[in-house]
Design a protein around this ligand. Sequence first.
Ligand SMILES: NC(=O)c1ccc[n+]([C@@H]2O[C@H](COP(=O)([O-])OP(=O)(O)OC[C@H]3O[C@@H](n4cnc5c(N)ncnc54)[C@H](O)[C@@H]3O)[C@@H](O)[C@H]2O)c1
Length: 363
Amino acid sequence: MKKLIVNLKNYSYPVFYKKNLLKENFIIDFCKKIGFSIVIVTHKNIQDLFAKSLYEKFKKENFKVKILSFEQGEENKTRRTKEYLEDELIKNNFGKDTLVVAIGGGIVSDVAGFLASTYMRGIPYIIVPTTLLAMVDASIGGKTAVNTNLAKNLIGTIYQPKAVFLDFEVLKTLDDREIKNGLIEMLKHTLISSKKAFYDLLNAKRITQKLIIESIRIKKQIIEKDEKEESLRKILNFGHTISHAIEGSLNFKISHGEALVYGIYVESYLSYAMNYLSKKHFEEIVGFLKNKGLFQNKYKFSIDRIINFLKNDKKNILGKNQFILLKNFGKPINNVGIIKNLIVNSLSSCLEDMYVNNCNNRT
Ligand SMILES: NC(=O)c1ccc[n+]([C@@H]2O[C@H](COP(=O)([O-])OP(=O)(O)OC[C@H]3O[C@@H](n4cnc5c(N)ncnc54)[C@H](O)[C@@H]3O)[C@@H](O)[C@H]2O)c1
C-alpha cells in the first residue's frame, strides 16, 4: 500500500492512498489494532454511498459498530451537531475503547475529529476523505473545529488522526462544483510553495493522482515544521482571513471552497496593493481563477458584514487583522497588519462587479 508519513515532533501517522482501497479489507484490518467499538461519522447524503459498506465490513468482523450521520452544509458544522453525536455515543455506551471513523468531506472530518478529541478526554479517530478538498487539505494536519453564528472554525482543537485513507475512486461521484472547491485549496498550496507547483497546476488539463499527492505533500511539509501553528503553519491561511469572514457574512450559505476563491482574489489584490506582489503575478492568479471557472455563483456581498466578521478572526493581534500576503509564487509573508481603509477599498475593488451590496453606513 502506498503511503506518505506525516512526521510530527512527537507523533507520526500514515496517509495511505490507493484506487479502490475502500473495496478492500485494509481499513478494517488497520482498525483491529486500535479499538473494537467503531462509530462511523458521516453526512446523511452520502451514508448509502460509502458508510454502509464499511459498516457491513466491520459487522462481519464482529466489531461493535454504529453509523451516526448529520445533515450536510456549513450551517450544521456546529456545537449542536457535536452535542448530538456525543449524546448518541453516551446513550449507546461507547467507551474509551471506541474508534471514530470519519468518512466524508471536510465538514465531517472537522466535526468527527473535534468529537474524538474531547469525548472521554480523547479517543482515537481515522479519516477517510471523500472530497477533493478533504483529501488535499482538511484530512491532513489535525485541525478540528465547528462554526458559531459569530465566526468560522473558532471552537476546536488540533488533534491528529491515527491514519488517513485515500481512495481516488470516491471522487467519481463528486460534482464539478465540489472538484472546484478542492482545486482552490490546491491552488493555495501552490501559491505558498513554489513557482513550479503553480505553473504545473495551471497547465494541468485534469486533476491527477500525482497532483493530489503533491498537494498533500506541500501541506505535510509545513505542518511537520509547525504542528501547532505557532509561526510557519499560518501561511496555510493564505486567502482564509477574507474567506472565513465572507462565509460568516453570508450566514454560511456559501461553501468553504467558493468563499476561498474570493478570499484568494482579495488577498492577492491586497498583496499587490501593498506593493509586495507584481501586477503580472496578480493577473496570473486572477487568470487562473477565471480560466478554471472558479467564480461559480454570484453573491450579494455586504462589505460592512465582512468587516464585522473580520473582527472575530483567530489571527487578530490587539484587534488588528493579520494577513498572510504573497511576495511572489512560493514566497508568502506572515503577519502583515493592514489598516481597515485598505481592506475596505480592496474588498470594494474586487467584489464590486459581483453584486456587492455597498452600504453607506461604514464607520
Ligand atoms: N481541518 C482542516 O485543516 C481544514 C482545511 C480545509 C477545510 N476545512 C473545512 O472543510 C470544510 C469543507 O469541506 P468540503 O469542501 O469537503 O465540503 P463538505 O464536507 O461540505 O462536502 C461537500 C458535499 O459533498 C458531499 N460529498 C462528500 N463526498 C462525496 C462524494 N465522494 N460524492 C458525492 N458527494 C460527496 C458531502 O456530503 C457534502 O454534501 C469546511 O468546513 C472547512 O472549514 C478544514
